[in-house]
Design a protein around this ligand. Structure first.
Ligand code: SR1
Ligand code: MG
Length: 407
């Protein structure tokens, strides 16, 4: 093991992997390996390592850089986030192994995680852009959310363990990125915002809307103060690797003790970003309606699975012994938080620094602006109306009632 941190490169990562005991069952010590840096994330180095003789024998090495990869070294970041990610993956693997990648090794000096290469899966965002439907996704993610959020909350953990866990997952710098990029910058003119010029009138109207500022402040306060459960913290469709049968959640480096609605809202908001993108990605009305039905049914289903599994965990353990009626009130608040925070997650992807390929990848300029205009309207509607939403069906109804302003 190396004594000092250095950023890996395709050659050094091969030498690095070869000396790890943890992968001896996959690669033999003298075997030829290949390394490819896939680098499509905003933050880290990611290498795929394969045995030349048998590319199916493969691992991924993910290493933290001391700065934001997307922006450069003028935006320093703590490499410590790899430790948070490794610990969160350990907990998720214990609670929900079927939806968590296998970790072979965590190196606390190199801030590198060696893990399963999900070679038979694709990034869900890409599949959704291509109009692919994943029939088990909603059940899988509903269950993942229920287990990872339920079992790490006060509803299950004893009072001391819960507080110790909050301490282990203090993640200030990555939380600050979210506080800035999700809950602050989209709502005011800043240098880092980037949006399509055609939707500028809509963006300016949103930024001038006092009600938007008040509702986003409520969401930001919850994000900053409500240590409800160990949340993934960045559960968008780029953090989900998927195929027809399997769903695996990756990348919990933003994990911390925060509001459950932030994770649930991230998934819902990202499905609705896809919904908005198919305003123009899919022109055929029958295909468009079919795919959008899949997306909205998935939102309803994932919430229902979450609700059922979460309540079952709560009923079984009930560490805080709350009175009757409290559970229904709690579940309603989770739904409303998910709507409000999901709305913010949509808005940041249209207006803010880090966009998503669902929208920014639409080649035709007018098509892109039209889809982004719709995403902005859905995000704003969910944010403004979150406290009036009483059912998941009502949330979906509000979203599908929106139309693009532009186009
Ligand atoms: C500047 S990029 C930061 C974003 O990338 C991550 O995936 C998070 O969503 C974060 O907000
Ligand atoms: Mg990520």
């Amino acid at each position: 093991m190396s004594q000092e941190y250095f950023p890996l490169e395709p050659l050094s990562v091969i030498e690095y992997v070869k000396q790890l005991d943890a992968v001896q069952s996959i690669f033999s010590a003298d075997e030829d390996l290949t390394a490819e840096e896939i680098g499509d994330g905003n933050l880290n180095l990611v290498f795929k390592i394969r045995a030349k003789a048998d590319p199916k024998r493969t691992v991924v090495v993910k290493q933290s850089l001391p700065y934001m990869r997307l922006v450069g070294d003028e935006w320093p970041l703590p490499i410590e986030r790899a430790r948070i990610e490794a610990q969160a993956l350990e907990i998720e693997a214990r609670l929900c192994p079927e939806h968590t990648p296998h970790v072979y090794h965590f190196d606390p000096v190199m801030y590198a995680i060696v893990m399963q290469n999900l070679d038979n899966h694709i990034i869900m965002r890409k599949g959704l852009s291509a109009g692919v439907q994943y029939p088990h996704f909603a059940d899988h993610i509903g269950k993942f959310l229920a287990k990872t959020l339920g079992y790490t909350s006060d509803l299950v953990l004893d009072y001391r363990t819960k507080k110790e866990q909050v301490g282990r997952f203090i993640n200030p710098e990555l939380c600050k990125i979210t506080e800035d990029l999700v809950f602050t910058e989209p709502y005011r003119p800043t240098e880092r915002n980037a949006f399509h010029p055609a939707i500028e009138p809509q963006v300016l109207a949103m930024q001038a809307n006092t009600a938007v500022h008040v509702e986003v402040a409520k969401m930001k306060e919850k994000f900053m103060t409500q240590a409800q459960a160990l949340v993934h913290g960045d559960l968008h469709t780029g953090s989900i690797m998927i195929n027809h049968n399997e769903t695996v959640v990756i990348d919990p480096e933003f994990a911390f003790y925060g509001p459950m609605g932030f994770d649930i809202g991230a998934v819902i908001g990202n499905l609705l970003l896809s919904y908005a993108s198919h305003e123009t990605r899919t022109k055929d009305p029958i295909q468009q309606a079919d795919f959008r039905r899949y997306l909205t049914e998935s939102i309803i289903r994932l919430w229902k699975v979450f609700e059922q599994e979460f309540q079952a965990i709560w009923d079984h353990v009930d560490a805080i012994n709350m009175p009757k009626g409290y559970q229904a009130d709690y579940m309603l608040r989770l739904l409303q938080d998910a709507a409000g925070m999901g709305g913010c997650k949509m808005l940041r992807r249209v207006v803010g620094l880090a966009g998503v390929s669902d929208l920014r990848g639409i080649e035709d300029d007018t098509d892109r602006a039209t889809a982004e205009s719709l995403a902005l309207n859905i995000g704003q509607t969910l944010l403004l109306k979150h406290s009036q939403i009483n059912t998941i069906e009502a949330l979906v109804e509000l979203a599908v009632g929106c139309r693009p302003t532009y186009g």
